[in-house]
Design a protein. Sequence first.
Length: 207
Amino acid sequence: MIKIIIQSVRQTLLWSVIAGVAYPVVMTLFAQTCFHDAAEGSLVKRDGKIIGSVWLAQQFTGTNYFWPRPSSCTYGSSPSGIVASSGSNLGPTSAPLHTNVLNNIAAFISGNNLPTNTVVPADMIYASASGLDPHISPEAARLQVARVALSRGMSEKQVGELVEKFVEPPQYGFLGQARVNVLLLNVALDKAQAEGKKAETHGAPKG
């Protein structure tokens, strides 16, 4: 009996060290070495400051930015500062869901000055299951080009080309659908506008 207890204690200690210490350390070192950016959270920086992650959506509401898809958890914001993730959990026969859908359609069409009969992409109508989906469809981004270009004083051609540059194909060519990362697109948009203004300033004739 005592022998069995001693063996059990040894096995518990051994596997606690292997599974609780050695394995996490090895995997952490492997991830940091081979996939450092992903292991750190795929963070996005601007001027040396962290402004987000490519995997977490942020709320952009201004007319000069591309809008992400609707979020039932308001993009994870909470009074406690903890990032929350959730869907609405509303069923297909839910009256509030029906109202939300109609409101989202009306808001997207009105906000982008589109014809009332515009077919709004599904991702701009329904919230994602996580509420933190960082991507929108290329179609949803293209429908916002005119608004963003007008707000920033840029040409639609310039903004449209930027959108196409950030269209990501399906993973491995066949998994999922083409998509656009809203945060990366908006960061690039700010950079392009800043560079354009800088070029105009340097190219202006001296009086």
